[in-house]
Design a protein around this ligand. Structure first.
Ligand code: NAP
Length: 299
């Protein structure tokens, strides 16, 4: 699997090992204390390397049955970086998987590929193209499109919490875009099930939690989970917020707190369910209040 040191990847490795699989995980950055670079004593083999340098990880693909591709450039990065890692990195991995006769590739995409506003959202554009490559690869593939993934240390949750913590919560736009957050342990369970099953799906599968709510209601739920019961919200029209962000991104990208692309969650519905023929034990069941409670308790 790739992305083994990431927010999702760390849990995925643990779940695969617990299920009795022999796991090799691609680790990009170094200095993560939880990881032993030799893989000794962790129950899995950590392969240090870069998706863009296939020789880093090709030897580890020898004899591999299934690849779960969870690595991605996910945060604030230039469009070029998103494209290189998420498109070219995926293309290299698919080529390598083909050379090593991998049985199945589970590709972790994102619900953002379905957003209407991706023009200034390089992450979503790159994930769209990566999906296209995966589906055209000729390999046996399962494409999963998670919605917002919530859990202890979730990057998206941290960003939304910064807003929910303010005395008056700013909501970009009308706040009516719908979200369907999925608990990280549920998302990981679905990824493992997609790897284990022989069932085939030719179209991408949405991977959302059991509840749909507006982004404004989700922000209020985050505030409530933090004990802020009576927070007010103020709506900031997108027509006022987006133009200065566009200018800011052009002249001071590194210093911008938020990108226009990241605002897409406030503008587009990010919802969807697994299909009815997905293994029933792996369908997400953790509700929003419970996932927030568990995220905060385990911080
Ligand atoms: N979290 C969400 O809400 C969410 C929602 C929908 C979809 N997803 C998808 O779920 C997957 C996991 O996301 P996440 O939240 O766990 O993100 P994350 O914490 O940023 O993890 C991504 C991992 O990919 C690695 N990576 C980045 N560039 C790489 C490269 N060139 N070579 C090898 N590895 C590289 C990162 O390593 P370094 O940090 O060391 O570079 C990181 O460990 C991603 O595909 C993401 O698009 C996430």
């Amino acid at each position: 699997m790739t992305g083994a040191a990431g927010f999702v990847g760390r849990r995925l490795v643990a779940r695969l090992v617990a299920a009795g699989h022999e796991v090799a995980g691609l680790v990009h950055g170094t200095g993560r204390p939880a990881l032993d670079p030799d893989g000794e004593g962790t129950g899995w083999q950590a392969v240090m390397g870069d998706l863009l340098i296939p020789r880093d990880y090709e030897p580890a693909l020898e004899g591999v049955d299934t690849v779960i591709h969870a690595a991605a450039a996910t945060g604030k990065a230039t469009p070029e970086h998103h494209w290189r890692v998420n498109v070219e990195g995926t293309a290299h991995l698919l080529d390598a998987a083909r050379r090593h006769n991998v049985r199945r590739v589970v590709h972790v995409s994102s619900i953002a590929v379905r957003f209407r506003h991706t023009k200034r959202y390089p992450y979503a554009q790159a994930k769209q193209e990566a999906e296209r490559l995966v589906l055209a690869s000729g390999l046996d593939t399962v494409v999963l499109r998670p919605t917002i993934i919530v859990g202890p240390g979730a990057p998206v949750l941290q960003a939304l919490e910064r807003l929910a913590r303010l005395p008056i919560i700013p909501v970009f736009g009308d706040g009516r875009a719908k979200v369907q957050p999925v608990f990280v342990e549920d998302a990981v369970g679905a990824m493992v099930a997609a790897a284990e099953t022989d069932r085939r799906w030719t179209a991408p599968l949405d991977l959302g939690g059991p509840e749909r709510l507006t982004i404004e209601a989700f922000l209020r739920a985050i505030a409530r989970a933090r004990g802020h019961v009576r927070r007010r919200t103020v709506h900031l029209p997108l027509s006022l917020v987006i133009p200065p962000l566009i200018v800011g991104e052009a002249v001071a990208f590194r210093f911008m707190p938020l990108t226009v692309g990241q605002l897409a969650t406030f503008r587009c519905d990010g919802i969807g369910d697994l299909p009815p023929d997905f293994p029933p034990d792996a369908v997400p069941r953790t509700g929003v209040a419970q996932m927030l409670e568990r995220s905060i308790a385990d911080e």
